[in-house]
Design a protein around this ligand. Structure first.
Ligand code: FE
Length: 205
């Protein structure tokens, strides 16, 4: 059975950019509900023995298991999102990730513009990601609802932001661009992205 992974920082650690109230609902209620529902759906089945990533990949292939896919993927997506932010976030990435961003986007500023534009353009709920493709190139992608790049083994996610309204509505109401500015300027965890980048490159080598 899965457990709600703890936040990697205190609920008030991202203030004033994301409030403790938002994190208490987003982690304590939304994320927890995905864990509880997943456990309810796998209990007593053969799926109970799978790791979270194996479970997500397994049920992604089965249209009859859409509800389970949605809930299991949301456990993983949220944990990845929490780690994509840090109370000491923002700033700029270091080499070699910085060099690759400059190569693939032109500059870190241009990457931020591309990421913000894609995240704003995601209609309705979903996520915006920085991924490293199997072709060795970085790309910004979006997924709808609970969809997640980990079902596609041709890309490794490095970073994400949650653009479901529950991520920002209490703090920014409908102003998704203001939330994304806060994410990119003050919260984004470049050390986490760099660790994922190194791991993906080591796996590809
Ligand atoms: Fe969320």
């Amino acid at each position: 059975m899965f457990e709600l992974p703890p936040l990697p920082y205190a609920e008030d650690a991202l203030e004033p950019h994301i409030s403790a109230r938002t994190l208490s609902f987003h982690h304590g209620k939304h994320h927890k509900a995905y864990v509880d529902k997943t456990n309810e759906l796998i209990e007593g089945t053969a799926l109970e023995k799978l790791s979270l990533i194996d479970l997500i990949r397994e049920v992604a292939k089965d249209k009859g298991k859409q509800v389970l896919f949605n809930n299991a993927a949301q456990i993983w997506n949220h944990d990845f999102y929490w780690h994509s932010m840090s109370p000491k976030g923002g700033g700029a990435p270091k080499d070699p990730l910085a060099q690759q961003i400059e190569r693939d986007f032109g500059s870190v500023e241009k990457f931020k513009e591309a990421f913000k534009a894609k995240a704003i353009g995601q209609f309705g709920s979903g996520y915006c990601w920085l991924v490293l493709g199997a072709n060795g190139k970085l790309a910004v992608t979006t997924t709808a609802n609970a969809e997640t790049p980990i079902v596609d083994t041709n890309q490794a996610p490095l970073l994400t932001t949650d653009v479901w309204e529950h991520s920002y509505y209490l703090d920014y109401q409908n102003k998704r661009p203001a939330y994304l500015d806060a994410f990119l300027d003050h919260l984004v965890n470049w050390e986490f992205a760099a660790a994922n980048f190194e791991a993906a490159r080591a796996e590809a080598a």
